[in-house]
Design a protein around this ligand. Sequence first.
Ligand code: NAD
Ligand code: ZN
Length: 360
Amino acid sequence: MQHINFNNIGKICYGPGSFYQLGEIIRPRRSENQGYMVFLVDDYFEDKDLANQIPKEGKDLVYFIDASHEEPKTSQIDELRDGILAKQGLPAGIVGIGGGSIMDIAKALSLMLTNEGSSTLYQGLNLVKKPGIYHCGVPTISGTGAECSMTAVLSGPEKKLGLKCEWTVFNQVVLDPLLTATVPTDQWFYTGMDTFIHCIESATGIKYNTFSKAYGDQSIALCKEVFLGENAGQSTENDEKLMLASLFGGLSLTYSEVGVCHALSYGLSFVFGTRHGYANCIAFNHLEEVYGDAVIDFKGMLKRFNVTLPQNLSADWTDQEITAMATIAIRLEHMWNHAFGPDWKKTVDMAYIEGLYRRM
Ligand code: NAD
Ligand code: ZN
């Protein structure tokens, strides 16, 4: 058996207020390449106090990026890369400040600054040829695990698939739970559920092992405190817990894999542009047959926060749309293999997946 030899995050600076150390943290890297930093920042912060706290110096570039409409695109990465190189040459590093979208853009950009051609060429496992430049992630919403994963998920003309390799992993992350205090409750819920679902899927499949379990169990316990506990809800204390739950959920997945819910979710995102966390919730809500009690817990969390998910969505979908989603989903063979084992094709075919979509 081949064991995963994974690349963990280089350095982690954790704690309320740790964002203020960012300048000091990146300083030793500033002299590399053309000696300037690129900050990619969620545009929610453009007119907020945080914008004035970005440790920008000299030739540094700051891009405020809209993450509220679309998930990161291969074309978006290619354009950013070409623009930055044309303007000032190879930067010393990239700092991504935002949610999963901005962190994935930072990770992908770091790689694409040193690898030629379009990012569509590198969607897949270990297709990237050279290490990228120094990159640092600063999450401002908790749940995706993008702060520690070895993938940068991009939607391209043909597929939604990550640039996955060991160089994708951040060299540094700064985990400051205070940055997540302003997340709107619905978004907090959907992105938080991404973590819960990561851990349930990690635990329900052939790749699950003691490493995945140790991190996954802790992450699930934290999620239950945050979303079901006596003091459930957004608070300073729970923001800390959810930030660590997200990290641990991501680490659990490093040694395991997501499953049925994520495969279906990718189809929804690709065809309808449904946001990742929300798409997961829509799918997970109908997966009791696969994920059992975890779906009952999930429904309890929905109820606790008065979240109502849309019903009978599939009534408005055409057969072509359902087939298009199932086509995206069935290609995610590693997820089906994890969930159902090497003989997954005996259970899972286009009709089975289309049937799952028709329940939504
Ligand atoms: P996001 O980055 O898409 O942001 C969602 C919304 O929250 C945006 O409108 C943003 O402006 C807002 N927001 C973020 N921080 C805020 C704050 N502190 N206050 C107020 N508003 C804030 O959300 P996400 O759910 O973290 O990321 C989803 C993306 O992550 C998807 O593109 C998905 O594909 C990707 N993802 C990646 C991985 C991975 O391992 N790389 C894993 C899961 C998901
Ligand atoms: Zn996810």
